[in-house]
Design a protein around this ligand. Structure first.
Ligand SMILES: Cc1cc2nc3c(=O)[nH]c(=O)nc-3n(C[C@H](O)[C@H](O)[C@H](O)COP(=O)(O)OP(=O)(O)OC[C@H]3O[C@@H](n4cnc5c(N)ncnc54)[C@H](O)[C@@H]3O)c2cc1C
Length: 341
């Protein structure tokens, strides 16, 4: 009954949940396996939504790392109050749990199958010259460069958010003199109170990860993706506001980094959702990684679509309500940022 384009975070968890509710679901995912990339943080809301969809919290906990707080090390005090259910995941570990949740069901998961075109009026989808069997509802969870969004709303393209992001996972344990299990931020702030560079790191007994966001020109497509760390050592050392010894230790223990442009998909101007093709997650409203909520938003979309689909409700109405909520929350976050600076 439901076809999902994209077996990333939202597509996979939605497929697993629908199949467990006896709803026929087929997923087409372009990658042979999903989960490459860096690491991400899920908050209590994301975990509540995952649990509501039937994903085991025990398995999620076993696959992730407790995060006891976020701390801007350039500010006095402990930083924002802790969310007891906030956890850090290597993306591969999160996707392993979600993929097991979905493959353990009757959901039909077709990896290595790129959807190359979508007829948004008839709901026909194609992979090359082949027309794929599609259903009356098509959920396009195909990420920030969504093909479905290109077909539905060609002008609503992802916009560069002004920063590049470099993410590293160390090959060897690194245990600096900062508090463990805390996501530390070290920022350089401009005269308007905006961070121009943010170096972040997290470590515990088993993992050490770091990232940097650098304000600079957008990178060309061929400069994005996994790369040897060497190319980035100098700009990171020059840009990072953190203790140079800490930065050097993290870089020295890292072989490969993942580099990307921070981008946002504008939502305020979006066309109203209409069947048969409904956008979900980053395909509809990706937000810069600096916000740290994109995956949470995608999971909550999956939860809203699931609730609509299993109760006979309209997925377009569910996504209209999700957009309203997301826009309200983003406006609140922007107001808080202005008040805090
Ligand atoms: C560096 C970085 C750090 C981040 N950190 C955080 C964080 O800490 N917390 C947080 O909440 N969010 C974070 N995010 C955002 C988060 O990763 C995304 O919001 C989330 O992955 C969106 O999930 P999704 O399922 O919508 O899309 P994705 O997870 O991107 O999945 C889309 C899937 O669709 C597939 N696909 C694309 N096109 C096609 C096609 N034509 N045919 C078939 N399959 C296709 C792709 O291969 C992919 O598997 C971060 C993002 C980045 C880039």
């Amino acid at each position: 009954m439901v076809t999902i384009i994209g077996g990333g975070i939202a597509g996979t968890v939605l497929a697993g949940a629908l199949a467990r509710a006896e709803c026929a679901v087929t997923v087409y995912e372009s990658q042979p396996t999903v989960g490459a990339g860096a690491f991400l943080v899920l908050d209590g809301r994301a975990h509540a939504a995952l649990a509501g969809l039937g994903v085991s919290l025990d398995e999620l906990r076993a696959a992730s790392h407790p995060l006891v707080g976020l701390r801007a090390d350039d500010l006095p005090g402990p930083g924002p109050s802790a969310d007891a259910d906030r956890r850090l995941y290597l993306r591969a570990d999160l996707m392993r749990v979600l993929a097991e949740f979905a493959t353990d069901t009757k959901a039909e998961l077709h990896y290595d199958t790129t959807v190359t075109d979508v007829d948004t009026v008839t709901g026909t989808i194609f992979s090359g010259d082949t027309s794929l069997p599609a259903d009356e509802v098509i959920v396009a969870a195909d990420g920030i460069d969504s093909l479905a969004r290109r077909r539905l709303e060609p002008d609503r393209t992802a916009e560069y958010a002004g920063q590049i992001v470099v993410y590293g996972i160390t090959e060897r344990p690194v245990q600096p003199h900062t508090d463990p299990s805390v996501l530390h931020f070290h920022r350089r702030i401009d005269e308007n109170g905006r961070p121009t560079t943010t170096f972040g790191h997290f470590w515990n007994d088993t993992v050490a990860v770091w990232f940097i966001r650098l304000t600079r020109q957008e990178l060309a497509v061929h400069d994005i993706g996994f790369q040897p760390v060497g190319r980035w050592t100098e700009p990171i050392a020059a840009g990072a506001a953190a203790d140079p010894g800490l930065v050097a230790a993290m870089l020295a223990a890292t072989d490969t980094v993942h580099v990307s442009n921070a981008r946002t998909v504008p939502l305020a101007t979006a066309r109203a959702p209409q069947p048969p093709v409904i956008l979900c997650g980053d395909a509809d409203h990706a937000i810069t990684p600096a916000a740290g909520v994109g995956a949470r938003d995608a999971i909550e979309d999956a939860a809203a679509l699931y609730a609509a689909l299993v109760s006979g409700g309209a997925p377009a109405t569910a996504m209209t309500e999700r957009r309203r909520q997301i826009l309200t929350e983003r406006a609140q976050a922007a107001r808080m940022f202005r008040t805090a600076t």
